[in-house]
Ligand binder design. Structure first.
Ligand code: FES
Length: 116
């Protein structure tokens, strides 16, 4: 039951994006996303998301089994990025475009459900 009065709907992110930050002990010289800069990339993306007020939550997660082409990032409902060591400004802009597109898609769907 939803209470009357001062109750305010909780502010939740509309979707999450997951960044693999797995770091191997690397005794076998296997590739890993953290070794390719995914932890710093996650911090950078999170700052950009917050700066724009996008309704996305960045989740730092474990290995996604695409280690040889990481860092790997999945936008919920959107694309999977296999950056293959390319964490350039152009790739970051591409990821941010995907996040903006997903936010717009979900806001439109929410507005449609809410009605006029
Ligand atoms: S270490 Fe990132 S996908 Fe395996």
């Amino acid at each position: 039951m939803i209470p009357d009065g001062d109750w305010v709907m909780p502010q939740k992110p509309l979707f999450v994006m997951r960044v693999c930050i797995n770091k191997r002990l690397n005794t076998d010289k296997l590739p890993n996303c953290a070794g390719r800069g995914s932890r710093g990339l996650a911090d950078q993306l999170e700052k950009l998301i917050m700066a724009e007020g996008l309704p996305a939550e960045l989740v730092r997660g474990p290995c996604m089994n695409n280690c040889s082409i990481g860092p790997n990032i999945k936008v919920q409902g959107g694309p999977l990025f296999n950056l293959d060591s390319d964490i350039s400004e152009a790739r970051i802009a591409e990821i941010m475009d995907a996040i903006r597109a997903e936010a717009a898609k979900r806001k439109a769907a929410a507005a449609e459900v809410a009605g006029p």
